[in-house]
Design a protein around this ligand. Sequence first.
Ligand SMILES: [Zn+2]
Length: 151
Amino acid sequence: MAGRQYPWVLADVPWSDARQFTRGRFEGLPLLSWGIAPREKLATYRQLRALGLRPGGADPVAVLYFHSRPGMRMVFANLYLIATAKPVRPMTDAKWAAVAAARVARCTCPTCPPDQRVKPYCLPTSIGRCWECHHADELATTDAAGRPVAA
Ligand SMILES: [Zn+2]
């Protein structure tokens, strides 16, 4: 065994004037283990969102790591300063319209006749068109057993 993977390190941190115990550095940021990040000063993106806040272009100031038992792996989460976070921008009519237009685009088949292009489901990006077009093409290029037919 080569000792602890993340030994304790006393380091300067952006959220405190005093040096704080960390678990070293990860990708240039202070690394914190489960339970040592100050909840009133640091938050993950989702925790900020739950407070009605967003990072507002600010970079993360620390990384939290913990072991996920169901995932059987280490999880690393960016932590942001709550003090510099900005309020979430409210949805406007124009933003909702853009979301609706994007949804129509995801449901529009490029190879269908113009009057039946918009499908009631989102098209798979792997085939780039609707299932009807995909299966019609597949029937034309495979034999009864599903093997490709030489053109
Ligand atoms: Zn189609």
